[in-house]
Design a protein around this ligand. Structure first.
Ligand code: ADP
Ligand code: ADP
Length: 229
């Protein structure tokens, strides 16, 4: 499951000032859609609408054919996982931070879920695994390590839909490459919406939409869009 559809979505934070002017796209289950465009185009707004942080003023958003307006917040949160640019972690262990999404999760349960989500290896590659302290008082994690924890926390829910919102833009270039490999790997197994600034970072997406000032101005695969440049 996890097919995502936007049909003629209209939205403004302030109803007097429309930000998205009728946005339509469809991501088949298991495929990757990249949303690129300049700052302020409305990319993150699309992600927020998918989570129903805001109600839209026109059109429909659906997951597996079900209008999200009719779905409970709890089931939406279970269906969609987000890896943001810079996730805030608790000043506690990696294990605590990863298990947070599951109330009362014990280490064995966390490990089983991590294995199921194919993220076990990269957690174990952290200096002290689950017991590594994330906060100031303990060992300081690098940006890349923190991002692994954030990815693990998201994947532990095993969401059918994954949203990567500029997930590597806060990392240095070597770490970025490393995390990109992890993201590509996990995105193969589920529906993924990738938000990025540049066309060059989303080469292998199944479809790319270029958003500008709240409108889709181009769409296609990477090779098509580069040719049109
Ligand atoms: P992008 O992710 O492409 O950089 P955003 O979706 O963040 O763009 O923003 C699109 C537009 O919506 C911008 O004009 C921005 O100023 C405006 N905007 C974003 N968040 C809010 C908000 N919480 N309240 C009002 N306007 C907002
Ligand atoms: P940009 O450099 O364009 O601003 P960001 O740093 O905002 O890009 O992040 C976009 C992220 O999405 C990149 O880390 C990139 O690795 C990731 N990404 C791109 N294509 C895919 C894909 N097909 N599957 C998973 N992740 C992807």
């Amino acid at each position: 499951g996890g097919a995502v559809r936007f049909d003629s979505v209209r939205f403004g934070y302030d109803p007097e000032r429309e930000i998205l002017h009728g946005v339509s796209f469809a991501v088949p289950a298991g495929k990757t859609l990249a949303i690129v465009g300049p700052s302020g185009a409305g990319k993150s707004t699309i992600a927020r609408i998918l989570f129903r942080f805001y109600d839209i003023q026109g059109g429909t958003v659906s997951i597996d054919g079900q209008d999200i307006a009719a779905v409970t917040q709890a089931s939406l949160r279970a269906a969609i996982g987000i890896v943001p640019q810079d996730m805030v972690l608790f000043n506690d262990t990696v294990g605590y931070n990863i298990g947070y999404g599951r109330e009362g999760a014990r280490q064995e349960e966390i490990e089983a879920a991590a294995k199921a989500a194919s993220i076990h290896d990269f957690i174990l590659s952290l200096p002290q695994g689950y017991d590594t302290r994330v906060g100031e008082r303990g060992l300081k994690l690098s940006g890349g390590e923190k991002q692994r924890v954030a990815i693990a926390r998201t994947l532990l829910k095993d969401p059918p839909v994954l949203v990567l919102d500029e997930a590597t833009s806060a990392l240095d270039s070597r770490t970025e490459t490393e995390i990109q490999t992890v993201l590509r790997d996990i995105s193969r197994k589920r529906t993924t919406l990738v938000v990025a600034h540049r066309l060059s970072t989303v080469v292998d997406a199944d479809e790319i939409i270029v958003l500008d000032a709240g409108r889709i101005v181009e769409r296609g695969r990477h090779a098509d869009l580069v040719r049109a440049d």
